[in-house]
Design a protein around this ligand. Structure first.
Ligand SMILES: [Zn+2]
Ligand SMILES: [Zn+2]
Length: 140
């Protein structure tokens, strides 16, 4: 869990045990919904409420510690803010996979913003589709 306390303080948030626990759960899971995070947090902290977990996740998204990954037709997943990457999101099972953000896509989106006098503050490239596992299952 080293690093979480510094990270939180750096972003202007108190390093509470709730937040540290949530961060370690998300780091372990990669991408997870509020419900999945809550379930995992309960294993070590059974007294925490869903509302508390949710409130802390929202606060950490607001301060740029966590990133919300929207999944069409499903609940959003959350991940630790990492270096920029692209998501492959399965609309059948909700699985999210990280892939390196291609240089060209990265450059193009930056240029579009620049040419539109749009001050770019963040971006997220999400590809939606059906993963190999689900395609196999759907075909059988
Ligand atoms: Zn899938
Ligand atoms: Zn990701």
């Amino acid at each position: 869990m080293t690093g979480y306390a510094e990270l939180l303080k750096e972003k202007g948030l108190k390093a509470t045990f709730q937040r540290m626990t949530i961060l370690s759960v998300i780091e372990r899971m990669g991408h997870a919904t509020v419900d999945e995070i809550y379930e995992s947090v309960l294993e070590t902290h059974p007294t925490l409420s869903l509302a508390t977990v949710y409130k802390n996740i929202v606060a950490m998204v607001g301060q740029g510690v966590l990133v919300e990954v929207p999944i069409s037709g499903r609940k959003s997943k959350y991940e630790l803010k990492k270096s920029e990457h692209l998501h492959l999101i399965c609309t059948e099972c909700g699985e999210v996979e990280d892939r390196p953000l291609d240089r060209v896509i990265g450059e193009d989106t930056r240029k579009i913003a620049e040419n539109s006098s749009f001050e770019l503050q963040g971006r997220q490239v999400n590809l939606y589709g059906v993963c190999a596992k689900c395609r196999t299952a759907l075909a059988s």
